[in-house]
Design a protein around this ligand. Structure first.
Ligand code: ZN
Ligand code: ZN
Length: 182
């Protein structure tokens, strides 16, 4: 993985980006970055996009999908997840080094982001890493209505009904009956 795009080579004509993302690189990016989810890459993928110049600014557009393995936060089953990574970003030249550093801008999901660039190369690796992390869902769920695991016995409630649920209903019924009998 090179991610080496020389800023001097970027013109008003969009320059196609097609960078292989190795499993090792993806797993490093994905590891431990999301507190509630668990994601991994099973195969090499590719970051697709383009970059062009608009005056002094550079516009970076990425638009690709990541096929990941995820662990459902509710039932802990692994499932395949397609994560779209789509964004446009404007990079403006870094102000002179003597100027005070720009205030830390909090990362957001806004379509149009503003970043600074400096030096000889486009910081493509960092930008792709950042956008992959922003694109991951906060909570990975195998499906919208996943019923998760029983907190009592750990049974996968998508596949079976455990006796905990039933005994809870029974005891609620007993309480209700007790009240009615009084
Ligand atoms: Zn699930
Ligand atoms: Zn149970």
């Amino acid at each position: 993985m090179s991610f080496q795009i020389r800023i001097a080579d970027i013109t008003a004509e969009p320059l196609a980006i097609s960078e292989p993302l190795s499993r090792a690189w993806l797993d490093e990016v994905l590891s431990g970055q999301n507190p509630t989810g668990f994601f991994s890459a099973e195969e090499e993928q590719r970051a697709i996009g383009s970059v062009w110049r608009s005056g002094l600014d550079l516009v970076l557009r990425l638009d690709f999908g990541l096929r990941l393995q995820a662990e459902c936060a509710l039932c802990l089953q692994r499932f395949e997840l397609e994560v779209p990574v789509r964004f446009d970003m404007t990079l403006v030249p870094q102000p002179e080094a003597v100027a005070p550093p720009p205030e830390e801008v909090e990362l957001s999901r806004e379509d149009l982001e503003r970043e600074f660039y400096t030096g000889e190369f486009l910081p493509l690796e960092d930008l792709v890493r950042q956008q992959i992390l922003l694109s991951l869902p906060m909570v990975a769920r195998c499906r919208e209505d996943c019923r998760g695991l029983c907190p009592g016995c750990g049974a996968d409630l998508n596949r079976e009904t455990c006796s905990c649920a039933r005994s809870k209903e029974e005891s609620a019924f007993r309480v209700l009956r007790g009240m009615l009998e009084k």
